[in-house]
Design a protein around this ligand. Sequence first.
Ligand code: HEM
Length: 412
Amino acid sequence: MNALSPVSPRPDHVPEEAVYDFDMYLDPALLTDPHERVRELLRDAPPVFWTPRNGGHWVVTGYAENYAASRDTESFSSQLMPTEQAIAIMEQLPPGVHHPSPTPITMDPPVHTMFRQPLNPYFSPKAMLARKQEIRSLANELIDQFIDKGHCDFIPEFAETLPVQVFLNLLGLPGERQAEFRDLVHMFLAPITSLEDSTGRMRKVADAMADVVKARQHDPKDDLISLLWQTKIDGKDTTYELMEDFGVLLFIAGLDTVINGIGYGIRHLARNPDLQAQLRENPKQIVEAAEEILRRYTFTIPQRRIAKDVELGGWQMKENDRLSLYLPGADLDEREFASPENFDLNRENKVHIAFGVGPHRCLGSHLARIELQVAYEVMLERLPQFRLDPEKPAKFHAGFILAMDSLPLRWD
Ligand code: HEM
């Protein structure tokens, strides 16, 4: 087992009652069954607490507290480094080169709004629904490759491959580059070792798209890269540097997320044969089932920096403290959802925050929903009852995402 991160001293403004020891990367229970550990956090720790691990930071597990912090962008900033520190770091990097960064997820309003608004129409429900048939065909092709074996590791053999292929098609990148982009996804999953490592990864992603981005500037086709070239920010034309930033944003935000969303859904179905039978009989319920899966197994943990002294959950936070919006906790908070551990298609309150809330609410939620629904539809249509492999338990890793590495399944 990996050693937990060292313990940092408690700052003066953090009272002892606010402290709960939780390593969001290496907590052993989190890596065994992530959402069981999240439920334990909700039982054992206050809805906002401070952990001494990983340099010391706040963790927000309550629904109301996550909601409030996500909307108060003046106090809870998405610009994770103070401006002066960011400038100092940029000065250490080789000069004269653009260092791609995921714009606008790291910005705050009003600048964030300027970059985000023009992107919205490209990801509208209508534009994304038009891709459903294509996503179904891709899902069927993947299942063709393993259905006769009677077993598969669902993460590499389906959950990772589908979103990567959807991403390539959407952006207009050649489908044959699937393996290369899956390698890039794996590269992104590895722990970051240094600043150079982090900027180097984003550069690799931007470079992988460079040829198509350049080609589409003067020769547009029917793809997202061509549309992004037409985006005007504050009345100004898109630059090549901004195209790199958008590419990195979509890569970071749209792949690892869908991979895990599909993984948790299929794991839930594999553990619940009655639900499989119910959905095979009533496939129209898959839309609602996909939403309840997102709530029950919310898995992203957006990060914020305290931009000015503020109170949350009864604790005083200081400028430049770090904070994790632990959304998996929010959607399992019994102050918000009755019997939150139950999977209940008829629950009264269905307003989960798996896609976040406030100005950074997920841009790709409509696409994500279609990918999740199609994955469940096609798996239930094609496979007989499937179950977890009793000899090979699922494997997880944790951090800013509660992620699945492996999900071995069997069927007869
Ligand atoms: C099940 C899948 C997904 C989940 C659970 C998810 C979740 C989220 C969450 C929680 C945020 C808010 C982050 C924050 O507050 O800092 C977010 C933002 C974002 N997501 Fe998703 N996401 C998913 C899929 C996608 C897909 C498929 C795309 C794109 C193709 C996408 C693109 C984005 C973008 C661009 C942002 C940043 C928006 C902004 O800063 O204004 N996401 N997502």
